[in-house]
Design a protein around this ligand. Structure first.
Ligand code: PEP
Ligand code: MN
Length: 337
């Protein structure tokens, strides 16, 4: 439930309500807007059954929150969250572009890509060191060696880095290198993994599961946030449907729905959504139009020889074109690139 305080409520009234709720063993989350202040309550509400909170000083009303996710819920936080990855803000006025290869293949490949994407306007470098591949015989990633190359690319370009983690052990290793953890579609409901990264302060890019509903996705975010890590960014990357013309189906409606239900930023990955390079550009534009906070694009110096996801990766010149073409679109929606 949320406790809505009266306009012009005094500090002491807010404190009294928070103390009462916490003294009963529940947690509170304070959100202060221009006009109103709300106190979100997480925990067993029945413990408050004997308290007449409605009658307390400064309280306007009590509103139940029926959704099972609370901290990720817009009702708990009226202001859109801005998540900082080093000096890059996601969810603010900038349309953030994350780019890089599907997999880190060698030092030269990642360094070359990092310089190219930075020149074109990307502000975060992506690269997979732990690759959750469909076949066990496909390239599985360079693991820690790859993370070292990513850290070197950051040193050279200043770009923050985001890498996927797939196990508790990989979290332990990647924690020392990365600026943002990525939870891939296949692990969106790996609750042990979610809880583990929830105990860190490292920002998290949480991809939507292959067949996950929006409610399940927001509950996955709640798993991370309920452990203390509130720095979650969502990523729509396409869902499984009957359609075979694309690898997945980009659920473009998920972006306005998330904006309606949650305060968390959301970005779009048009590469995994389609599996085809040709559709990355138009769907990136669509993402800007529906209010996404950014995109994640796979870029490879030579996609024809990429060890994974070559067909959906852009070569640097196409990526540059994409960034240039996105500028007027983002200006139109009041965002800078
Ligand atoms: C990736 O980003 O390389 C990846 C494996 O994505 P997803 O988890 O969305 O399939
Ligand atoms: Mn990939």
């Amino acid at each position: 439930m949320i406790i809505v305080m009266k306009p012009n409520v005094i500090e002491q009234d807010i404190k009294n309500v928070i103390n009462l709720v916490e003294d009963h063993g529940l947690k509170t989350h304070l959100s202060t807007g221009d006009q109103i202040t709300i106190i979100g309550v997480v925990g067993d509400k029945s413990k408050l059954s004997k308290c007449n909170i409605e009658l307390m000083g400064g309280v306007e009303k009590i509103v139940p929150v029926t959704e099972s996710y609370k901290l990720a819920n817009k009702k708990f936080n009226m202001n859109s969250s801005i998540i900082k990855v080093r000096d890059v803000e996601i969810g603010g006025n900038k349309f953030v572009i994350m780019a890089g290869p599907c997999a880190i293949e060698n030092e030269k490949q990642i360094i070359e890509t990092a310089h190219a994407i930075k020149k074109s306007g990307a502000s975060i470098l992506r690269g997979g060191a732990y690759k959750p591949r469909t076949s066990p015989y496909s390239f599985q990633g360079l693991e820690e060696e790859g993370l070292k190359y990513m850290a070197k690319a950051r040193e050279e370009t200043g770009l923050p880095i985001v890498c996927e983690v797939t196990s508790l052990k990989s979290v332990e290793t990647a924690y020392k290198y990365v600026d943002m953890f990525q939870i891939g579609a296949r692990n969106m409901q790996n609750f042990y993994l979610l809880k583990e990264i929830g105990k860190t302060n490292t920002p998290v890019l949480l991809k939507r599961g292959l067949s996950a509903t929006i409610d399940e996705w927001l509950n996955a975010a709640e798993y991370i946030m309920s452990e203390g890590n509130k720095n979650v960014v969502l990523c729509e990357r396409g869902i499984r449907t009957f359609e075979t013309a694309t690898r997945n189906t980009l659920d473009i409606s998920a972006i306005p729905i998330i904006k309606h239900k949650s305060h968390l930023p959301i970005i779009v990955d048009p590469c995994h959504a389609t599996g085809k390079r040709a559709y990355v550009n138009p769907l990136s534009k669509a993402s800007v139009a529906v209010g996404a906070d950014g995109i994640m694009v796979e870029v490879h110096p030579n996609p024809a020889v990429a060890l994974s996801d070559g067909p959906q990766s852009l070569p640097p010149d196409e990526f540059e074109l994409l960034c240039n073409e996105l500028k007027p679109f983002s200006n139109l929606v009041g965002k800078t690139l």
